[in-house]
Design a protein around this ligand. Sequence first.
Ligand code: SF4
Ligand code: SF4
Length: 346
Amino acid sequence: MNNFIFKKVKSEDSKKIYICGINVHTTKYTPTSKKYYLFGIQYKNKKQKTNLMAMLNERLAKVEQFCINSTYNRTKTQPYIRQIAIMVAEHCNLNCYGCSHCSPLAEPEFLDINSYERDLERLALLAFQQGGGGLGIDIIQLQGGEPLLHPQFLDFIPVTRKYFPDSEITITTNGILLEQQPDIFWETLHKYNVEITPTIYPIKINWENIKKKADEKGVTIDLTFIAENIFQEIKTSWHWPYDLKGHQEPVYNFTKCMVGNSCVGLSNGRLYTCVLPMAIKHFNKYFGTNIKVLDSDSIDIYKAQSFQEILDFLAKPMAFCRYCKIDERRFDLPWSRSKKDIKEWT
Ligand code: SF4
Ligand code: SF4
């Protein structure tokens, strides 16, 4: 979310406030642009509108400033890994249209904690001892699929904190399983300083209760667009189409892409500049397609001689980027459930 600049685009003629955000790394904001991230937040009365506007204005000021500072050339080697995404579970308990992690197409599959620990140990060794400059990884996102489906989910938290004591650790969840979490869940998050960064879908979840529990247990939960008594978030569906023939221009795609060298993926001892090549196996299996993932699309962290070598690798397009139809991406479709139709991904 920090990659977006947000603008209020409509508030006068309906009981909703629309916030339009454009990715600062791909193109400039224009009110007519199709490439935006759209939220509609409903309010019930004048007081709620006033409160909502005050909250948004405060947040927007900060976000915009952060965006300006964070604009960077993704083909430039970064001093550290900005965000790393860990697929704790490949599958999901929600079924979103065009899910970019292909989770609606995935069979149940859980990350092995031992292999995860080995990978983190190796990354920490490279980051802190072998040319990493001690900066390591800024944000480690435990996600999926739905990470809370993992029966040993809590085991991932102390392991992550052990190797990356200063990184921000977050849980990206759709929230469906949050209300039923036992006290030990909240206590572990508090103990290891782990934040919940949920995505808010238009499904029935009692966020007020969850927030109350989180506050009670001293756990940070980022409900950016939810304030007391003021919310009905409308999450959009995104369309990130693939060119099944791989005829797109990888360098062009990578340079314009919002995730390459920004949200990298770790899987089975390999790092990818984005998570798409990690998830495509589910798409290929479900639709019988043959989008290829080459060894050269990722770097083997056990063969890399230094953290610097990894950072240099992540700043380059992958051959896999030839499958992305980046100019056809859309962020403004009304959220809907997947029908597992190949058109959602092509
Ligand atoms: S909640 Fe997230 S991971 Fe699950 S199907 Fe929806 S977009 Fe995919
Ligand atoms: S494959 Fe390349 S262009 Fe496509 S999302 Fe990943 S980094 Fe971006």
